[in-house]
Design a protein around this ligand. Structure first.
Ligand code: HEC
Length: 232
Protein backbone atom coordinates (compact mmCIF):
# COMPACT_ATOMS: atom_id res chain seq x y z
CA UNK A 1 0.00 0.00 0.00
CA UNK A 2 2.89 2.36 0.78
CA UNK A 3 4.21 1.64 -2.71
CA UNK A 4 0.81 2.33 -4.15
CA UNK A 5 0.71 5.76 -2.59
CA UNK A 6 3.99 6.57 -4.29
CA UNK A 7 7.12 7.38 -2.36
CA UNK A 8 7.88 10.12 -4.84
CA UNK A 9 4.68 11.90 -3.87
CA UNK A 10 5.17 11.08 -0.21
CA UNK A 11 8.41 13.05 -0.10
CA UNK A 12 6.43 16.17 -0.76
CA UNK A 13 3.44 15.34 1.37
CA UNK A 14 2.52 17.50 4.28
CA UNK A 15 2.73 15.27 7.34
CA UNK A 16 -0.97 15.72 8.00
CA UNK A 17 -1.88 14.67 4.49
CA UNK A 18 0.33 11.64 4.82
CA UNK A 19 -1.70 10.48 7.78
CA UNK A 20 -4.89 11.01 5.83
CA UNK A 21 -3.39 9.22 2.84
CA UNK A 22 -2.52 6.15 4.87
CA UNK A 23 -5.89 6.17 6.56
CA UNK A 24 -7.61 6.25 3.20
CA UNK A 25 -5.34 3.74 1.49
CA UNK A 26 -8.09 1.15 1.57
CA UNK A 27 -10.44 3.52 -0.19
CA UNK A 28 -7.75 4.28 -2.75
CA UNK A 29 -7.51 0.59 -3.39
CA UNK A 30 -11.25 0.23 -3.82
CA UNK A 31 -11.59 3.18 -6.15
CA UNK A 32 -8.49 4.14 -8.06
CA UNK A 33 -9.77 7.61 -8.86
CA UNK A 34 -10.41 8.68 -5.33
CA UNK A 35 -6.87 9.07 -4.13
CA UNK A 36 -5.24 11.62 -1.92
CA UNK A 37 -3.87 14.84 -3.25
CA UNK A 38 -0.28 15.76 -2.49
CA UNK A 39 0.99 19.30 -2.84
CA UNK A 40 3.16 19.64 -5.93
CA UNK A 41 6.36 21.61 -6.10
CA UNK A 42 6.77 22.50 -9.75
CA UNK A 43 7.28 25.88 -11.38
CA UNK A 44 4.55 28.39 -10.62
CA UNK A 45 3.95 29.70 -14.08
CA UNK A 46 0.24 29.08 -13.70
CA UNK A 47 -0.12 27.11 -16.91
CA UNK A 48 1.83 23.92 -16.49
CA UNK A 49 -0.25 21.05 -15.19
CA UNK A 50 2.96 19.87 -13.53
CA UNK A 51 2.82 22.86 -11.22
CA UNK A 52 -0.13 21.72 -9.20
CA UNK A 53 -1.18 19.21 -6.61
CA UNK A 54 -1.30 15.63 -7.74
CA UNK A 55 -3.71 12.80 -7.27
CA UNK A 56 -2.56 9.28 -7.97
CA UNK A 57 -4.25 6.36 -9.55
CA UNK A 58 -1.97 3.41 -9.84
CA UNK A 59 -1.51 2.45 -13.45
CA UNK A 60 0.19 3.61 -16.60
CA UNK A 61 -2.02 5.57 -18.92
CA UNK A 62 -2.00 6.66 -22.51
CA UNK A 63 -3.13 10.21 -21.91
CA UNK A 64 -4.43 10.67 -25.44
CA UNK A 65 -6.99 7.93 -24.89
CA UNK A 66 -8.58 9.61 -21.88
CA UNK A 67 -11.65 11.01 -23.58
CA UNK A 68 -15.41 11.06 -23.25
CA UNK A 69 -16.87 8.97 -20.46
CA UNK A 70 -13.50 8.11 -18.98
CA UNK A 71 -12.48 11.78 -18.81
CA UNK A 72 -15.82 12.51 -17.16
CA UNK A 73 -15.31 9.79 -14.58
CA UNK A 74 -11.90 11.15 -13.59
CA UNK A 75 -13.29 14.68 -13.51
CA UNK A 76 -16.11 13.74 -11.15
CA UNK A 77 -13.66 12.09 -8.82
CA UNK A 78 -11.32 15.09 -8.66
CA UNK A 79 -13.74 18.04 -8.98
CA UNK A 80 -13.86 18.63 -5.23
CA UNK A 81 -10.08 18.81 -5.18
CA UNK A 82 -10.03 21.32 -8.04
CA UNK A 83 -12.63 23.45 -6.27
CA UNK A 84 -10.67 23.34 -3.01
CA UNK A 85 -7.46 24.44 -4.73
CA UNK A 86 -9.09 27.32 -6.63
CA UNK A 87 -10.97 28.44 -3.50
CA UNK A 88 -7.65 29.19 -1.82
CA UNK A 89 -7.53 32.29 -4.03
CA UNK A 90 -10.54 33.72 -2.18
CA UNK A 91 -11.92 34.68 -5.56
CA UNK A 92 -15.75 34.57 -5.51
CA UNK A 93 -15.75 33.00 -8.98
CA UNK A 94 -13.46 30.22 -7.76
CA UNK A 95 -15.94 29.45 -5.01
CA UNK A 96 -19.07 29.65 -7.13
CA UNK A 97 -18.30 28.42 -10.62
CA UNK A 98 -18.95 24.71 -10.07
CA UNK A 99 -22.54 25.45 -9.08
CA UNK A 100 -23.18 27.17 -12.42
CA UNK A 101 -24.42 25.43 -15.50
CA UNK A 102 -21.81 23.46 -17.39
CA UNK A 103 -21.96 23.61 -21.17
CA UNK A 104 -19.80 20.68 -22.16
CA UNK A 105 -20.81 17.05 -21.75
CA UNK A 106 -17.39 15.81 -20.69
CA UNK A 107 -13.91 17.29 -20.32
CA UNK A 108 -12.18 17.89 -23.64
CA UNK A 109 -8.57 18.55 -24.50
CA UNK A 110 -7.90 22.21 -25.22
CA UNK A 111 -4.82 22.85 -27.33
CA UNK A 112 -5.23 26.57 -26.66
CA UNK A 113 -5.11 26.20 -22.90
CA UNK A 114 -2.00 24.21 -22.26
CA UNK A 115 -3.39 21.00 -23.81
CA UNK A 116 -5.30 20.41 -20.58
CA UNK A 117 -8.64 18.66 -20.14
CA UNK A 118 -11.11 21.51 -19.61
CA UNK A 119 -14.77 22.31 -18.82
CA UNK A 120 -16.77 25.49 -19.41
CA UNK A 121 -19.26 26.85 -16.88
CA UNK A 122 -21.27 30.07 -17.24
CA UNK A 123 -23.26 32.04 -14.66
CA UNK A 124 -26.87 33.07 -15.04
CA UNK A 125 -26.04 36.40 -16.71
CA UNK A 126 -24.11 34.43 -19.34
CA UNK A 127 -26.91 31.93 -19.94
CA UNK A 128 -27.10 32.75 -23.64
CA UNK A 129 -23.80 30.83 -23.89
CA UNK A 130 -25.99 27.76 -24.55
CA UNK A 131 -26.84 29.30 -27.91
CA UNK A 132 -23.13 29.07 -28.77
CA UNK A 133 -22.46 30.92 -32.04
CA UNK A 134 -25.94 32.48 -31.80
CA UNK A 135 -25.33 33.79 -28.28
CA UNK A 136 -24.91 37.43 -29.31
CA UNK A 137 -22.85 39.85 -27.19
CA UNK A 138 -22.76 38.94 -23.50
CA UNK A 139 -24.24 41.44 -21.01
CA UNK A 140 -22.21 43.03 -18.21
CA UNK A 141 -21.91 40.57 -15.34
CA UNK A 142 -21.60 37.55 -17.62
CA UNK A 143 -19.00 35.15 -16.23
CA UNK A 144 -17.51 32.12 -17.91
CA UNK A 145 -15.11 29.87 -16.04
CA UNK A 146 -12.97 27.07 -17.42
CA UNK A 147 -11.42 24.63 -14.96
CA UNK A 148 -8.72 22.21 -16.01
CA UNK A 149 -6.74 19.13 -15.13
CA UNK A 150 -4.51 16.60 -16.78
CA UNK A 151 -3.34 13.06 -16.26
CA UNK A 152 0.36 12.30 -16.34
CA UNK A 153 1.70 9.22 -18.12
CA UNK A 154 2.26 7.45 -14.84
CA UNK A 155 -1.26 8.04 -13.69
CA UNK A 156 -1.26 11.18 -11.60
CA UNK A 157 -4.23 13.50 -11.96
CA UNK A 158 -2.79 17.01 -11.97
CA UNK A 159 -4.74 20.13 -11.11
CA UNK A 160 -4.61 22.74 -13.87
CA UNK A 161 -5.46 26.45 -13.67
CA UNK A 162 -8.88 28.12 -13.62
CA UNK A 163 -9.46 30.47 -16.59
CA UNK A 164 -12.09 33.16 -16.14
CA UNK A 165 -13.69 35.72 -18.45
CA UNK A 166 -15.98 38.39 -17.05
CA UNK A 167 -17.91 40.94 -19.09
CA UNK A 168 -17.51 44.36 -17.51
CA UNK A 169 -19.83 47.38 -17.97
CA UNK A 170 -19.69 48.90 -21.47
CA UNK A 171 -16.76 51.26 -21.92
CA UNK A 172 -14.63 49.87 -19.09
CA UNK A 173 -11.93 48.41 -21.31
CA UNK A 174 -12.13 49.07 -25.05
CA UNK A 175 -8.84 47.17 -25.50
CA UNK A 176 -10.43 43.87 -24.50
CA UNK A 177 -14.00 44.46 -25.66
CA UNK A 178 -14.88 45.03 -21.96
CA UNK A 179 -13.84 41.49 -21.05
CA UNK A 180 -11.78 40.96 -17.91
CA UNK A 181 -9.58 37.89 -18.00
CA UNK A 182 -8.19 36.27 -14.92
CA UNK A 183 -6.10 33.22 -14.25
CA UNK A 184 -5.85 31.29 -10.99
CA UNK A 185 -2.99 28.83 -11.03
CA UNK A 186 -2.85 25.23 -9.88
CA UNK A 187 -1.87 26.35 -6.38
CA UNK A 188 -4.90 28.59 -6.06
CA UNK A 189 -2.87 31.76 -6.57
CA UNK A 190 -4.02 34.49 -8.88
CA UNK A 191 -1.56 34.94 -11.75
CA UNK A 192 -3.07 38.15 -13.08
CA UNK A 193 -6.25 39.99 -13.99
CA UNK A 194 -7.09 42.47 -16.76
CA UNK A 195 -7.13 45.99 -15.32
CA UNK A 196 -5.84 44.71 -11.97
CA UNK A 197 -2.68 43.27 -10.45
CA UNK A 198 -0.25 41.67 -12.92
CA UNK A 199 -2.52 42.52 -15.85
CA UNK A 200 0.35 41.96 -18.29
CA UNK A 201 0.46 38.29 -17.33
CA UNK A 202 -2.99 37.70 -18.78
CA UNK A 203 -2.57 39.90 -21.84
CA UNK A 204 -1.97 36.82 -23.96
CA UNK A 205 -5.57 35.77 -23.29
CA UNK A 206 -7.05 38.64 -25.24
CA UNK A 207 -4.35 38.49 -27.90
CA UNK A 208 -5.97 35.23 -28.90
CA UNK A 209 -9.61 35.75 -27.86
CA UNK A 210 -9.75 39.04 -29.80
CA UNK A 211 -9.45 36.94 -32.95
CA UNK A 212 -12.54 34.84 -32.21
CA UNK A 213 -15.11 34.97 -35.00
CA UNK A 214 -18.44 36.49 -34.04
CA UNK A 215 -17.18 39.71 -32.51
CA UNK A 216 -17.57 39.11 -28.76
CA UNK A 217 -14.31 37.27 -28.19
CA UNK A 218 -15.91 33.91 -27.45
CA UNK A 219 -14.73 30.77 -29.19
CA UNK A 220 -17.16 28.21 -27.76
CA UNK A 221 -16.14 24.60 -27.98
CA UNK A 222 -15.98 21.67 -30.32
CA UNK A 223 -19.45 20.55 -31.47
CA UNK A 224 -19.12 17.00 -30.22
CA UNK A 225 -18.62 18.05 -26.59
CA UNK A 226 -21.45 20.60 -26.40
CA UNK A 227 -24.43 20.05 -24.15
CA UNK A 228 -27.51 19.41 -26.26
CA UNK A 229 -29.11 22.68 -27.35
CA UNK A 230 -31.58 23.34 -24.57
CA UNK A 231 -32.62 26.57 -22.85
CA UNK A 232 -31.44 26.85 -19.25
C1 HEC B 1 -4.20 30.77 -28.42
C2 HEC B 1 -5.58 31.12 -28.20
C3 HEC B 1 -6.12 31.26 -26.78
C4 HEC B 1 -5.50 31.77 -25.67
C5 HEC B 1 -4.09 32.30 -25.52
C6 HEC B 1 -6.48 31.72 -24.60
N1 HEC B 1 -7.65 31.18 -25.06
FE1 HEC B 1 -9.35 30.91 -23.99
N2 HEC B 1 -10.22 29.95 -25.58
C7 HEC B 1 -9.61 29.73 -26.81
C8 HEC B 1 -10.44 28.84 -27.59
C9 HEC B 1 -10.13 28.36 -29.01
C10 HEC B 1 -11.56 28.53 -26.79
C11 HEC B 1 -12.72 27.57 -27.12
C12 HEC B 1 -12.25 26.13 -27.29
C13 HEC B 1 -11.47 25.59 -26.13
O1 HEC B 1 -11.95 25.62 -25.00
O2 HEC B 1 -10.37 25.10 -26.36
C14 HEC B 1 -11.40 29.28 -25.56
C15 HEC B 1 -12.33 29.29 -24.53
C16 HEC B 1 -12.19 30.02 -23.37
C17 HEC B 1 -13.22 30.20 -22.38
C18 HEC B 1 -14.66 29.75 -22.52
C19 HEC B 1 -15.41 30.85 -23.26
C20 HEC B 1 -15.34 30.75 -24.78
O3 HEC B 1 -14.55 31.49 -25.41
O4 HEC B 1 -16.07 29.92 -25.33
C21 HEC B 1 -12.68 30.91 -21.36
C22 HEC B 1 -13.37 31.34 -20.08
C23 HEC B 1 -11.31 31.20 -21.71
N3 HEC B 1 -11.04 30.65 -22.95
C24 HEC B 1 -10.45 31.93 -20.92
C25 HEC B 1 -9.13 32.22 -21.26
C26 HEC B 1 -8.21 32.92 -20.40
C27 HEC B 1 -8.54 33.51 -19.02
C28 HEC B 1 -7.02 32.97 -21.06
C29 HEC B 1 -5.70 33.52 -20.58
C30 HEC B 1 -5.24 33.11 -19.27
C31 HEC B 1 -7.21 32.30 -22.34
N4 HEC B 1 -8.50 31.87 -22.43
C32 HEC B 1 -6.24 32.17 -23.31
C33 HEC B 1 -8.42 30.27 -27.21
C34 HEC B 1 -7.47 30.87 -26.38
Amino acid sequence: VAKLLGLRAARRLWPALLVVAIATAAVVFANRWQSEVAPGGGPRNGLGPESGPQTRHPRLVNVATIVGAEAEKIYRAVLDELKAVYARSDDPVARAYASWRRYNRYPYRSARHGDLLVNNYANDAARSYWRFEYAGPMPAGALIAKDSFSVSRDGYVLVGPLFVMEKMPAGSNAGTGDWRYSLIDAHGERVGMTGGKDAERVRFCDNCHAKAPGGDRLYFMPNEVRMPFEPP
